[in-house]
Design a binder for this molecule. Structure first.
Ligand code: SAH
Length: 274
């Protein structure tokens, strides 16, 4: 089923699921929903059950080797994937993702990569997951939302698509916000404040907005925000902080090297910046 009215250059997502009625769900509302309506992106949901061959329309079976739960059948999934992507060797198949706790963790870097791909196909698992041979044969890219287990890939697909859609040109009202947010610079975001400037909290205590934000001094505000983002990241996420420090060091070294190598003899013999 197709949702929205896709424009000619729309970013296209195709979702294979046993529960097509879960879509567009939250993606049909607010900014993502408006963009879907306006053809900025397009969503096609494919009912995996439509590819079942037997009279019971079964899509799953018991696992070889025993154990609990059911496994989604490779023949049914293959039929669905081949119809949607054109098969593993189709030149324009785009990226084909299987949402799975074993996958590469979704982060802002991966989101940016996926938005840059014109066509995305997402397979949502259910039960214990899918037959391993489909993952291999269709070269599925496994992507995880985090170290926890959902009952199905659909909520993960909604999250992944949401994160992508908000980066599409024209979806967010203020184009600048996306570049300032958590993770864009490898840091968590600085704290936000809005009116009233003095607010009485539930215990009757007056809480004021940090002075610098009322100063109208853009450079000081920028410096304060960066310092806060750094403090929060250092306190809460040593993993991000380590990478940020590394990146900063590398950038500084690169700057020094550029400076040195750019210093060739000038017209009068002294060094000049290249
Ligand atoms: N038996 C599996 C879990 C299956 S959960 C295991 O132990 O790893 C059923 C389906 O939910 C999966 O096939 C997958 O599509 C989806 N799912 C569950 N957790 C997920 C996560 N953290 N990220 C992405 N998809 C997930």
């Amino acid at each position: 089923m197709n949702h929205g009215a896709a424009g000619p250059l729309a970013w296209t997502v195709r979702v294979l699921t046993l529960f097509p009625e879960m879509f567009p769900g939250s993606l049909g509302l607010s900014l993502a929903g408006k963009a879907l309506e306006n053809g900025v992106w397009s969503l096609e949901t494919v009912d995996i059950r439509a590819f079942a061959r037997d009279k019971h329309r079964s899509v799953d079976d018991t696992p070889f080797g025993g154990g609990p739960g059911m496994v989604m059948r490779p023949d049914v999934l293959d039929a669905a994937l081949t119809q949607v992507t054109g098969g593993p060797d189709a030149p324009d198949r785009g990226r084909v993702i299987y949402l799975s706790p074993r996958g590469r963790l979704l982060d802002q870097e991966l989101v940016r990569e996926l938005v840059a791909t014109p066509t995305l196909t997402i397979l949502c698992g259910r039960y214990e997951g899918i037959d391993e041979r489909v993952i291999e044969a269709h070269r599925l890219e496994e992507v995880s939302l985090g170290d926890f287990v959902l009952s199905g890939g659909e909520p993960a697909a909604l999250c992944l698509i949401d994160a992508c859609v908000r980066l599409l040109p024209g979806v967010m009202g203020n184009v600048d916000t996306a570049g300032e947010e958590s993770f864009e610079w490898g840091l968590l975001e600085y704290p936000h404040y809005t009116r009233p400037a003095v607010w009485q909290d539930p215990r009757g205590q007056e809480r004021v907005v940090p002075e610098v934000l009322l100063s109208g001094h853009h450079e000081r505000v920028r410096a304060w925000r960066l310092a806060e983002a750094e403090r929060i990241t250092r306190d809460r996420r040593p993993d991000l902080w380590g990478r940020y420090e590394q990146r900063k060091r590398a950038e500084e070294e690169a700057k020094t090297i550029r400076k040195r190598s750019g210093r060739r003899p000038g017209r009068f013999g002294e060094g000049s910046e290249g």
